[in-house]
Ligand binder design. Structure first.
Ligand code: C2E
Ligand code: CA
Ligand code: CA
Length: 713
C-alpha cells in the first residue's frame, strides 16, 4: 500500500477526514487502509486489519464484494458507479457483531481497482430500536444477523444504562417515569419501585415544577429535540439536590414524541462551593458586609432605577475618626472586633432597599435609593452617626468611636457620573467633614470638587516648591513672662506661592502629611531652623542663647531616621543640643505611648528637649503627662483666647498651669493677643508666652534684629 499512501488524494489524512468508518479494499477483498473510526467501531487496530481479508470484519461481504467489483469493472471508465448500500453484520474484535449499513464505491488508480467501503453504524437508529424493543423487518438475507445484533446491542445498551455512573431516566410525554437506573435511585433516595410509574413532579422541588413542565412542553411541541437545564430534585430525606439535566426526545416515524431520555448530573456540591466562592468574592471577610465589587454592581443597578423612576440616589462615604488610635492603643484584634461591632450597628440602621459596604480599612460606603430630597440622605447619615453614639464595650474596654460622612446625592440628570467619580466626590465631601471636626457630615457641592481638584494641584506644586525656593522658615519669639526676655523662637514654615501668594501651613502641611513629602519638608525645616539658631546671640543678664522650637509631624516623629538626622544637623551647625526643642502635638505623642517614650528617651540622651504642642486638645492628656515628662507644655490657643464658655476655659487654663508647675514643666501659653490675656497668665504663674501681642513669626533677619534691639535696651 506504499503507493497508495503516498498518493495525496487518498492519504491517511483524507480517510480520517471522512465522516464515517471507512475501509479501502482491492478487488480481491484485501484491506489496503482503514481510518480511526473503523478501529473504534470494531475494536481492531489499524495494523490488525491492513493486509487482511475484509471478511474479518464483514464475513457476509465476500460474495457481494466481488460482485460489486466485477460489475463496476465493466463500466469503470464509462460512467461513475453509483454507490451500493447493503445492511450487513460487522464483526468486532470482542466477538460481538452489530448491524451496519455499508456503501461501496470504486475507483481506478493507475490501472488498479480499489473499493471504498463506507460503514454507518446506525447509532441513532439503533438506540431508538433498542429502547423501543422493536426490531424492524429486514430482508430475509440479513434478518438472522440483525436479530442477533439487536439482542447484543440491547444487552450493551442495558449495561450502559444500568451501570452508568450518571443518573438516567426514561419518561413519557407526561413526565411519568418508565425506567430509572441505580444512580438515579441513589440521587433521589427512592427505590426503582417508588419511581417507575410515578410522575416526575413528585420528586421535583416544588418551585422548579414549572421549569420542568416548560421543558416538556418545548420538547413535545417539536421546537427542539434536546434541552439542557438546571433544576432541583427533592431527595427522600428532604434534602435539595441541585442537578443539571440533559433531556432528549425520541420520536416515532411520524415525528411524535414517544419518550424522553434524561441524563442527570448532581451539581449540589459544585453549586454550594460556587455559591460560597461568589459570596466570598462579594463580601468583606471580616464584617460580612458587601464589598466594593458588590457595591459597584448595586450602584449600577441603582443608577438605572434612578433614571427610570426619576427620584434620587445617594452615596455616603463614612470614615471612622482616629480609628488608627484604637489599633495602636489596643492592638489589631480589638480593632477588628470593633469593626465587626460597628458593621453590625450599621446593618441595624440600613434600610432594606439600601446597601452598606466595607470600603476598606476604616471606611464604609452606604448606597441609598428612592430618596426625594437631600435632607433624606442627611437623615440616613445622622442615623449612621447615631448608631455610633453609644460607646462600644467588650473585653473590659469601653471605646468611643465616631465617624465623619461625605454625601453625594444624584438624580437622573447626573447619572452620567461614573462610579469612581461618585465615590471620589463622596470622599472629597468626607474630607470637608473631617475638616469641620469629628462626627460631622457634609453634602457634596461642585465647590467641594473644585476644592479637591485644587488641593490635588497644590500637592503637585508643593513637590516643586522646595526646589524652587518658595518655602521659608519664619520665627516667632517666645517670651519669658516674668523678665519679658526672648528665650526662644518657634520656627514656622511659610510658602510663598507665585500665584496664590502666601499659602498658610494649616493648608499645605496636612497635604504633605498624606505622603512622604512631609519628610522632605521636615528635613528642610530642621536644617533651616538649626542654622538660624546658630546665628542667635546670647540674651539677657544670664547671657543665655535663645533656643529654637521645631514642629514635628506624626510621620516625622515615627521616622526611624529622625534622631540620626537631628544629630547630624546640630553637629553641622555647631548648635548646642539644649538649644533645640522639638514640638510634638499631644495627639501624636499619645498615639503610641510606648514608642513615644523610646523616642523621647533617645532625644533626652542627646540633650534635646520636647515640647508638648496644642496641649489640652487631646482626650487623655493628664494621665500620660507625668509619664512623658516633656520639658515644655504649650497650652493651646483655645484656652488662652476662648471662643465660648469663658468660665470653663479659665478653670481649665488654671488647672493646666498649676499641674505643669507642680510637675516641674515649663508652661507656655500660645496665641496671646491682648494685655488682658497676658495679665491673667501672669497671675496664674504661667512661665512663657507666645503670640501676636509680641510678634508674629518673622524672617530670620528680623528675628536677629529683634534680639539685637532687646539686648540694647
Ligand atoms: P502650631 O504649631 O500650633 O503653631 C502656632 C500657630 O499659631 C502658628 O500658625 C502661628 O502663626 C499662630 N499664632 C501664633 N501666635 C498667634 C496669635 O497670637 N494669634 C493667632 N490667631 N495665631 C497665632 P501657622 O504658622 O499658620 O502654623 C499653623 C500650623 O502649621 C502650626 O500650628 C503647625 O501645626 C503647622 N506648622 C507650621 N510650620 C510647621 C513645620 O515646619 N512643620 C510642621 N510639621 N508643622 C508646621
Ligand atoms: Ca507648634
Ligand atoms: Ca500649637
Amino acid at each position: 500500500m506504499k503507493h497508495l499512501e503516498n498518493e495525496p488524494v487518498l492519504s491517511q489524512n483524507v480517510l480520517e477526514a471522512l465522516p464515517g468508518a471507512v475501509a479501502l479494499i482491492d478487488d480481491h477483498g484485501v484491506i489496503g487502509a482503514v481510518n480511526q473510526r473503523l478501529s473504534v467501531l470494531t475494536g481492531y487496530e489499524r495494523e490488525d486489519l491492513v493486509g487482511q481479508d475484509i471478511a474479518v470484519i464483514l464475513p457476509d461481504l465476500d460474495r457481494q464484494a466481488s460482485c460489486v467489483a466485477r460489475r463496476n469493472r465493466v463500466g469503470a471508465k464509462a460512467s461513475a458507479p453509483a454507490p451500493l448500500d447493503q445492511q450487513l453484520a460487522i464483526s468486532c474484535r470482542d466477538g460481538s457483531s452489530q448491524l451496519v449499513t455499508c456503501s461501496f464505491s470504486q475507483f481506478d488508480l493507475e490501472g488498479k481497482l480499489w473499493i471504498i467501503v463506507a460503514i454507518n453504524d446506525n447509532a441513532a437508529q439503533r438506540a431508538a430500536e433498542v429502547a423501543r424493543g422493536i426490531a424492524e423487518d429486514r430482508s430475509a438475507q440479513v434478518e438472522a444477523a440483525a436479530a442477533a445484533a439487536v439482542a447484543q446491542s440491547e444487552q450493551r445498551f442495558r449495561l450502559a444504562f444500568e451501570g452508568n455512573m450518571a443518573p438516567m431516566v426514561f419518561s413519557n410525554q407526561d413526565g411519568t417515569f418508565l425506567e430509572v437506573n441505580d444512580s438515579y435511585c441513589k440521587m433521589t433516595g427512592h427505590s426503582r419501585e417508588e419511581l417507575v410509574g410515578n410522575d416526575s413532579k413528585h420528586f421535583t422541588y416544588p418551585e422548579d415544577i414549572g421549569i420542568t413542565e416548560n421543558v416538556t412542553r418545548r420538547l413535545n411541541s417539536g421546537e427542539t429535540d434536546q434541552v439542557r437545564y438546571t433544576k432541583r430534585f427533592l431527595h427522600k430525606n428532604g434534602r435539595i439536590v441541585v442537578a443539571e439535566v440533559s433531556v432528549c426526545s425520541a420520536r416515532d416515524e411520524g415525528g411524535k414524541t414517544i419518550y424522553f431520555v434524561s441524563s442527570v448530573r448532581d451539581i449540589t456540591e459544585e453549586r454550594a462551593l460556587s455559591t460560597q466562592l461568589s459570596y466570598q468574592a462579594l463580601h468583606d471577610p471580616l464584617t460580612g458586609l458587601a464589598n466594593r465589587a458588590l457595591f459597584d454592581d448595586r450602584l449600577e443597578q441603582a443608577k438605572a432605577r434612578v433614571i427610570r423612576q426619576g427620584d434620587l440616589g445617594a452615596v455616603l462615604l463614612l470614615d471612622l475618626d482616629d480609628f488608627k488610635g484604637v489599633n495602636d492603643a489596643y492592638g489589631h484584634l480589638v480593632g477588628d472586633q470593633l469593626l465587626i461591632m460597628i458593621a453590625h450597628r450599621f446593618e441595624t440602621v440600613t434600610r432594606s432597599s439600601d446597601t452598606i459596604c466595607r470600603f476598606g480599612g476604616d471606611e464604609f460606603l452606604y448606597l441609598a435609593e428612592g430618596l426625594s430630597s437631600d435632607a433624606e440622605a442627611e437623615k440616613i447619615a445622622e442615623r449612621l452617626l447615631g448608631a455610633l453614639s453609644e460607646p462600644f464595650r467588650f473585653d473590659g474596654v469601653s471605646i468611643d468611636q465616631h465617624a465623619s460622612i461625605g454625601i453625594v446625592v444624584w438624580d437622573n440628570t447626573s447619572t452620567h457620573t461614573n462610579n469612581v467619580e461618585l465615590v471620589q466626590n463622596a470622599d472629597a465631601s468626607m474630607y470637608e467633614a473631617k475638616r469641620q471636626g469629628h462626627g460631622h457630615l457634609v453634602v457634596f457641592t461642585p465647590d467641594i470638587r473644585l476644592e479637591a481638584v485644587s488641593r490635588f494641584a497644590l500637592v503637585q506644586e508643593l513637590r516643586q516648591a522646595l526646589a524652587l525656593g518658595q518655602l521659608e522658615m519664619h520665627y516667632q519669639p517666645i517670651i519669658d513672662l516674668t523678665t519679658t526676655e526672648v528665650v526662644g523662637f518657634e520656627s514656622l514654615m511659610r510658602w510663598q506661592h507665585p500665584e496664590r501668594g502666601w499659602v498658610p501651613p494649616d493648608v499645605f502641611i496636612p497635604l504633605a502629611e498624606q505622603s512622604d513629602l512631609i519628610l522632605e519638608l521636615g528635613a528642610f525645616a530642621m536644617h533651616e531652623s538649626v542654622m538660624a539658631a546658630s546665628l542667635w546671640e546670647p540674651q539677657g543678664p544670664r547671657a543665655v542663647s535663645p533656643y529654637v522650637t521645631v514642629n514635628l509631624s506624626a510621620h516625622q516623629f515615627h521616622d526611624p531616621n529622625l534622631v540620626a538626622m537631628i544629630e547630624s544637623e546640630i553637629a553641622q551647625a555647631g548648635l548646642a543640643p539644649e538649644r533645640l526643642v522639638l514640638e510634638v502635638t499631644e495627639r501624636v505623642a499619645l498615639h503610641d505611648i510606648a514608642e513615644t517614650l523610646v523616642i523621647m528617651d533617645q532625644l533626652n540622651r542627646l540633650g534635646i528637649g520636647v515640647a508638648l504642642d496644642d496641649f489640652g486638645t487631646g482626650y487623655s492628656s493628664l494621665s500620660y503627662l507625668a509619664a512623658l515628662n516633656p520639658k515644655i507644655i504649650k497650652i493651646d490657643q483655645s484656652f488662652v483666647r476662648p471662643k465660648h464658655d469663658q468660665g470653663r476655659s479659665n478653670t481649665l487654663l488654671e488647672a493646666i498651669v498649676t499641674l505643669g508647675n507642680k510637675l516641674d514643666m515649663i508652661v507656655l501659653a500660645e496665641g496671646v493677643e491682648t494685655p488682658a490675656q497676658l495679665e491673667r497668665l501672669h497671675d496664674l504663674h504661667c512661665d512663657l508666652g507666645q503670640g501676636f501681642l509680641w510678634s508674629p513669626a518673622v524672617p530670620n533677619e528680623e528675628a536677629i534684629t529683634m534680639l539685637g534691639e532687646a539686648s540694647d535696651t
